[in-house]
Design a protein around this ligand. Sequence first.
Ligand SMILES: Cc1cc2nc3c(=O)[nH]c(=O)nc-3n(C[C@H](O)[C@H](O)[C@H](O)COP(=O)(O)OP(=O)(O)OC[C@H]3O[C@@H](n4cnc5c(N)ncnc54)[C@H](O)[C@@H]3O)c2cc1C
Length: 530
Amino acid sequence: MAAQPQIATLDCDVLVVGGGNAGFSAATSAAQSGAGRVLLIDKCPEEWVGGNSYFTAGAFRTVHGGLEDVLPLVNNVKEELIDLDPYTSRDFLADLRRVTNGRFDPELGKVLVEESNDAVKWLAGIGVRLQLSFNRQAYKVDGRYKFWGGMCLKTEDGGRGLMIDHRRAAEKIGVKVLFSTAARTLKLDESTGAFKSLEAVGEEGKPIIINAKAVVLAAGGFEANPRMRSQYLGPGWDNAYVRGTPYNTGECLEMAIRDISAKQAGQWSGCHSVAWDANAPAHSGDREISNEFTKSGYPLGITINNQGDRFFDEGSDIRNYTYAKFGRAILNQPQGIAFQTWDSKGVAWLRDEEYRDEIVEKIHASSIEELARKCADSHGLENPRRFIETVEEYNQAVYQHRKENRGLKWDPAVKDKLSTQSSERSLKIPKSNWALAIDEGPFVAVKVGCGVTFTFGGLAIDPKTAGVVSLSGRSVPGVFCAGEMVGGLFYENYPGGSGLTSGAVFGRKAGIHAAAHANAKRTSVVGSRL
Ligand SMILES: Cc1cc2nc3c(=O)[nH]c(=O)nc-3n(C[C@H](O)[C@H](O)[C@H](O)COP(=O)(O)OP(=O)(O)OC[C@H]3O[C@@H](n4cnc5c(N)ncnc54)[C@H](O)[C@@H]3O)c2cc1C
């Protein structure tokens, strides 16, 4: 008879599945809440620690009361002159409502918004180093840093720093971490319907059974799974570039739906996606270059597809409210590519992190004709003649608007109303703000594709506890969820910096309630033995 594989068994009080921002927030908060033995497992090997959270800029959107409220949290402010307006719950909710066209789950959104300030302060309290995001969220205008777009905080050294700090905090409070351990199956207790155990696959495919009193699912979305992307997001999405971890492949979503009848929520055909360097690797992010493949300088110029046409309003809103939907717009173009195009005025404002020569291939030219020729010769532009016409039509529209609006001043930190639409001349696709003529060489283009960040469809949770809701409409005892796996917050678009905040708010909450569940079970077991 063939020998049965040895099945290892582990016991803990709270098990956390997934080691990104949401999972580590849950694990540390469970341990802080007296959970006893907290174990975090992650499918990835240790060198890929941190999931998508590692790849982030570490930007957190949070309600705050202005500079006085955030100054005690940050470590990088010296003598700078700063303009930072308060960002209220009402502002955050209005942004969420606007960018999702009012489709977000109002209860979930309310908790995200109202607990965001507290969650970020909690992170600072466990040792996450925070900074004011001068480089990404402010422009220096007339000697003062003007913050814009409702977001001002980031972590020191971005996602790398965030995950170093999370690991340090978790280790300090006794959380154990197992890498190369992938969740496969959830088991409920047949008599109580409460969580009982999870089957996982460890190194070299060894099966492991983990018994726990509560579990927190924080294993990301399905963005790194090309089959699920084309199945749920639609045809062509298998061609998108994966911006972050290659390990978020959606099986924990499927596991919860299959094994515990978890209710699905949110927009399964929706995702966050951005303009991404077309020379980046296709199937996973690069841990060195990380978020720097993002190409978010489009408001400073125009974006043209390979037929030579513009196809979206680059200035429709502040970048934080548009960048997460323009990846889709690029994917829908022929060959899924486009050319971000600037003249010397726009180039001067491009951020070094994303556009310095060492990390991106720039196409340089001294005239638009030369730029179009170079883009056509070796970068896939199919209609250079139309490219030249498009720039010319755009410039004529800008000149006319300027003639009619001489009082307006270019300002990248506000919606400055410099546009292409005037009484005499209007473009079919406007540029509504920051419309500068592209007429002063040298000229630059960068080829971009669509980078998928994370998917919006997920599990329904009880906003008060982060407990997973089943098809019956009730929470499954002992099963919680946080981070990208939660569905219902984002539709079509997303206010920048909300993903990490969501992971911290609902991760922390899931940890507290998982610990309470585990402690109640421990008490009842002890009680029944007496
Ligand atoms: C390039 C980039 C930049 C971004 N910048 C920002 C930003 O600045 N601000 C912001 O708010 N958001 C940003 N985001 C979005 C943000 O990363 C996510 O919203 C958030 O980090 C997700 O956290 P999470 O813990 O849910 O998932 P993750 O951090 O992805 O962690 C999930 C973990 O689950 C593990 N896992 C998967 N399957 C299994 C399994 N079967 N068993 C065990 N473990 C499993 C994975 O290996 C992974 O480590 C960015 C994303 C990317 C890719």
